[in-house]
Design a protein around this ligand. Sequence first.
Ligand code: UTP
Length: 297
Amino acid sequence: MVRDVKKAIFPVAGLGTRFLPATKSIPKEIMTLVDRPLIQYAIDEARAAGIEEFIFVTSRGKSALEDYFDAAPVIEQELRAKNKTDLLDVLKATDMDSGAIAYVRQQKAMGLGHAVWCARRLLGDEPFAVVLPDDVIAAETPCLQQMMEAYHNTGGNVVATMEVTMDKVSSYGVLDVAEDMGAMVRAKGMVEKPKRDEAPSNLAVIGRYILQPKVMENLNEKKIGSGGEIQLTDAIAREITETGNVFGFRFRGQRYDCGSKAGFLQATVAFGLARDDLSAEFSQFLAEIVAMRQAAE
Ligand code: UTP
């Protein structure tokens, strides 16, 4: 029987050094795409997939993230007094049920695997999702929801994958494919940040996972992996070796790496253009600025 997934871990304890100096005082996950922080996109995606408990793995300097999920009585009062119901609705969409959010600390940034492991006591013996908020995915059906539907057919562990060019494989966890079934592949291995000529495929794993409790057990070993960090990839790779029960899922949608500056800018443009209230003015501006640059060259 395939067990439902109701809990998701959001590892947000990284240092975000690629966005210094901004991340000196602002958590990366609070940076905004148009008018919503990255974390809101991640929460909405998880909710759409049926997640009811949200576990944040945080670190020093992330209090803005915790505050974001608090009620905002002063702003609400002001909006009510001015009868700004549309803005009250915008705020309401960010409300979380009392007790739905839990925070655990990762004292030292020892890697994604270690961050996930920090949440072990809140999970018990349940399957869980992991969502990295800096991977933002534009999709008709939210990515984690697509994965959940696939998971209900296969069970086991499901990781989101996408094809990348070979010069990019060394930035990702990469799947070794045993069987390609189209949207789904069965994995026979997974390697973290392989060199181009050692990569088993060009099927990269991105920041959405549905995992069984056994993967958490594997993390107990705290094996140091690529980059001197404790890697989630290694815990999943062990699950592949021991059970063969790990699937890659080719999601439908466009993923933006908002952990990198170029990716963040691309997402800003794409999300700005997708907004009814902005697209006309914004696309005109983009056309003009591109034309101006071309004329200057
Ligand atoms: P990244 O590899 O993007 O690292 O982490 P980072 O620290 O956030 O950013 P840079 O590379 O210094 O710019 C991927 C995800 O894993 C989390 C991050 O918060 C991010 O969501 N993470 C990473 C942790 O929670 N703890 C860690 O020790 C490492």
